[in-house]
Design a protein around this ligand. Structure first.
Ligand SMILES: [Zn+2]
Length: 96
């Protein structure tokens, strides 16, 4: 996994697992090089890992953490979206 901003590879210490729901893993990663923090949703399916870097704000991230992985409508929507998605995440990364 590497930083979407500066390309620095994340250290294990910079990755927090926030929770897991079926094949979705919610991770918070912090880049020690450029000090950017991301919420990452990783999809683990059939041995393959795809990741989506979300554009949640810090406040939303805090709210998410405080919920303690209670599944919100937003997360369910994302789950449905990801289930229907064909696995090509390149367009998500190229949106910025
Ligand atoms: Zn960085």
């Amino acid at each position: 996994m590497q930083c979407g901003t500066c390309g620095q590879h994340y250290q294990v210490d910079n990755v927090d697992v926030l929770g897991q729901q079926e094949d979705l893993w919610f991770l918070r990663v912090f880049c020690s090089a450029c000090r950017t923090q991301y919420l990452v949703v990783a999809v683990v399916k059939e041995g393959r890992v795809s990741e989506v870097i979300t554009d949640l704000t810090e406040a939303e991230l805090e709210k998410f953490r405080n919920m303690g992985m209670v599944i919100s409508d937003d997360v369910l929507d994302m789950h449905d979206f990801l289930k229907d998605f064909d696995g090509d995440f390149s367009w998500l990364f190229s949106r910025k």
